[in-house]
Design a protein around this ligand. Structure first.
Ligand code: MRU
Length: 355
């Protein structure tokens, strides 16, 4: 499975996703600022992947801190946290990764600074390994919803490139394929940065899964024609009531699915669920450079000079349009998401199974 990021020899290698699928090149980072820049410019993108990049960036930054005591060390680290948190606002995984490192610091405050530096590297690598396992669990829970011969639609890229290395929305597809099922996946090209066309179509084809690439505006007609059996997308941040922020265009798909009674599933690792917010209105939505809309690959201008642009990168789908959320702990209705953080709850009571 292709990996978007890897820690090796005290460096971090990032597969440059802006060049895919035409060139496979890696950016070698030795400083946290380089990682922050890779996140901003979307050389690495996708919520769990930028969470992992954040942890690895902090690990790199920590190595260069010269501090005489724990308090000074944490003060310097806080500046790195601020830099990483400023990169992209919508995906909660960045904040989630910072919080993981913060709790590691609290737990190990009596260790030597050198030991803590080592532990941060270990934690960053662990976050990636855990993410792959989480994705596989999402795949096992979700694969049952994929029936032999069915037609799936997905949006943007929630594949291995967007995660530690297996994908969230793609995980049920990979597991279903391993189970010997055959199915087609319609992939929205996903304007303006074409993550669907460049990344998802590439990843799925490499795994031998039949892909049909469509323009974003074709999806509605296909859904209306009865050509789509289910939609599976990822998420950058899901609120505790099950409102889902994901790539712009997701909301449109969800409304269409409701109208035409097509199940709309969201694959969400717990690291992408923000239990601190009650609903989607609290999710910060990123707006990006107008040039992403007026130019293709920053090179070919496709709109008049000076035209006004609105480039909203994500939208929020209200929970009423979401059939179920596929997590590593099972598949749940949006209204039952909160049960996941109550350790005393018997989750079996709330899990959904394919019929
Ligand atoms: O702007 P991007 O490419 O980072 O947006 C990515 C998405 O919208 C994905 O669907 C989401 O991060 C889930 S990734 C498993």
């Amino acid at each position: 499975m292709v990996k978007a990021i890897e820690w090796f020899n005290s460096k971090v290698a990032i597969l440059d996703q802006t060049k895919l699928p035409f060139e496979i090149t890696f950016v070698e980072c030795t400083d946290y600022r380089e990682i922050a820049e890779c996140i901003r410019t979307m050389k690495i993108r996708g919520a769990p992947a930028i969470g992992i990049a954040t942890a690895m960036g902090i690990a790199l930054g920590a190595q260069n801190i010269r501090a005489e005591n724990f308090e000074r060390f944490v003060e310097s680290l806080e500046l790195i946290f601020i830099e990483m948190l400023s990169t992209r606002p919508t995906a909660v995984n960045i904040k989630w990764a910072v919080e993981r490192i913060r709790s590691l610091l609290i737990k190990n405050r009596h260790e030597s600074i050198d030991k803590i530096k080592e532990l941060i590297i270990e934690e960053a690598k662990k976050i990636q390994e855990e993410d792959i396992e989480v994705n596989k669990a999402i795949g096992r829970w979700g694969a049952g919803f994929i029936k032999d011969g069915c037609k799936i639609l997905t949006h943007c890229n929630a594949g291995s490139l967007a995660t530690g290395g297996y994908g969230t929305a793609t995980a049920p597809m990979f597991v279903a394929k391993e189970q010997g099922k055959s199915f087609d996946v319609f992939v929205d090209e996903t304007r303006p940065l074409l993550q669907g066309a460049r990344l998802t179509a590439w990843e799925l084809s490499q795994k031998g899964i039949p892909v049909i690439l469509i323009t974003d505006s074709t999806a509605g007609t296909l859904i209306k024609m009865g050509e789509i059996d289910l939609v599976i997308v990822g998420t950058d941040r899901t609120a505790s009531n099950g409102d889902v922020a994901n790539k712009i265009g997701t909301y449109t798909l969800a409304v269409l699915c409701k109208e035409h009674e097509v199940p709309f599933y969201v694959a969400a690792p717990l690291s992408s669920i923000d239990f601190s917010i009650s609903n989607g209105e609290e999710i910060p939505i990123e707006e990006r450079d107008p040039e992403e809309v007026t130019h293709i690959f920053g090179k070919y201008q496709i709109a008049p000079d000076g035209i006004k642009v609105k480039n909203i990168a994500f939208d929020v789908t209200p929970n009423k349009f979401v059939t179920a959320i596929i997590t590593e702990k099972g598949v749940f209705r949006p209204k039952h998401l909160k049960k996941l953080i109550d350790e005393k709850v018997n989750l079996e009571k709330y899990r959904l199974y394919p019929t």
